[in-house]
Design a protein around this ligand. Structure first.
Ligand code: NDP
Length: 253
């Protein structure tokens, strides 16, 4: 099987799975974090789960990237740096600093995330280091790259700042939930998810690839229903929850 064929199969698998994922998660929230509940099989340590599930995005991405013919060219290396800036934090920092309520998470969600990350890391590394013809150096000042990289940086900052606000809601050892305030929480329930969606839309533009588009679509399909489930959960638990706040997109959704 050629890289090209693997790439197409991977991209279209994620694009095809996006509407299925969206519809499924609208009715069955992924059972981790506050939506963790019985009936989803054996569980493992939540911190280890995050590290295991996100690791392919660091290691497999790097492996496929450095097998590519364009691995030492400047534009692919800049894209590699953007990708790893996100995934090194998500894999090795986020799970160790966050204060999870439960210490357990289902193997099922970890397994599904591993499957997704194996495909997603492969196709996105193929997209940038094996791209037919590569990227010219001038790609770095092409408006698609400049706007995409700016969106990526904005999403990255929104995601990190929102996760930091969530982390600050619990003292070490605390497990309860409080109403988050400040930052983009003024407008939406899940600004961390909003930041994540903006980041990967930026990546899609900056890499100008089918893989980037597939990842952005899948991220929205995964996180929009979860933002909606969080939003409903807050309204059920906290009668004083701010009425003007939306789930994911300020003023819209
Ligand atoms: P959540 O917003 O559900 O939780 C993030 C962290 O904050 C958890 O430690 C959670 O604890 C804690 N927390 C959340 N709300 C409160 C509150 N009201 N009071 C106290 N603590 C709170 O995010 P996820 O766990 O779903 O996702 C984590 C990160 O991973 C996000 O940045 C997200 O964007 C990213 N992600 C990306 C995906 C993608 O498809 N690209 C898919 C899934 C996640 P607890 O776990 O105990 O609830």
């Amino acid at each position: 099987m050629t890289w090209e064929l693997l790439y197409r199969i991977g991209c279209w698998t994620l694009i095809g799975l996006s509407p299925i994922t969206f519809l499924t998660l609208l009715f069955v929230p992924a059972p981790y974090g506050r939506h963790r509940r019985a009936g989803f099989g054996p569980e493992m340590n939540a911190t280890a789960g995050w590290i295991v599930q996100e690791s392919p995005s660091v290691f497999l991405f790097a492996l496929v990237f450095f097998l590519g013919p364009h691995r030492w060219e400047v534009a692919p290396l800049v894209l590699l740096a953007m990708w790893q800036a996100h995934y090194l934090q998500r894999t090795f920092v986020f799970p160790l600093i966050m204060r999870f309520r439960g210490t357990r998470t289902p193997w099922l969600t970890v397994g599904l995330a591993v499957g997704f990350n194996l495909i997603n890391a492969s196709i996105n590394a193929l997209a940038i280091a094996h791209r037919p013809g590569g990227y010219a150096l001038s790609w770095l000042w092409d408006p698609r790259f400049v706007i995409g990289a700016t969106l990526f940086a904005a999403g990255y900052i929104i995601n990190r700042r929102s996760d930091a606000i969530l982390r600050s809601l619990r003292a070490p050892g605390e497990t309860g939930y409080k109403i988050p305030r400040g930052g983009l929480f003024r407008w939406v329930t899940s600004p961390n998810y909003l930041g994540e969606v903006i980041e990967w839309c930026g990546w899609a533009l900056a890499s100008w690839s089918l893989a980037g588009l597939a990842f952005a679509l899948f991220t929205f399909a995964n996180l929009a229903p979860r933002a909606r489930a969080h939003h409903r959960w807050y309204h059920e638990k906290f009668p004083e929850y701010p009425k003007e706040r939306r789930a994911l997109i300020p003023g819209v959704y």
